[in-house]
Write a new protein. Sequence first.
Length: 201
Amino acid sequence: MIIYFTRHGLTKYNKERRIQGLLDSPLTLEGKVKAKELGTRLKDEGIEVIYSSDQKRAMDSAKIINEALGLEIIADKRLREVSMLSHEGMTWVESVATDPEREDLIMSRPDLFNEGGIYPYRDAREDAVAFIEALVKKDYKKVLVVTHGSKLRVITTVLEGLDLKDANKVELIKGLSLKIYDYDEGAFKLLHDDKDYDNFV
């Protein structure tokens, strides 16, 4: 099975450098245009189905991509973004100013980050494992997965056998860039990475 992973298109909050997490904001014109471009790029790849986070920005991206593909889109909550809890809606500048140690912990040891006993990166990893384990049992040969930036970092730790504490050392891809993995005989191999990275969210 070949799995094409992408991040949703650029949103209003992305442009404002605002933390989204489980919140949503609309796709920008640039986000919509790049989604259409990705659909054109994938048109002849032989993809059979699209799985998408059920969050609006991901589903909207998937629908625009799908204008060129005409496939079934399966919404899956296990692909939702990592929750940033009480700081969602803040700009990154506001978040760091409010609690600089919190940001340091998220970047250096995301596995330890929690609020009130809720560990969002651990929950995200659990969802990622469950999604991947279920997906590879399907009979598809080629699948597109539309998810989120931090969630794709967590998914990468699952695919590449990395520790969750290293999730935020994984490069953050820009919206609608691709990372493509081959799954064969119980192992994942990175086939392609656009290497179009974002030095921010």
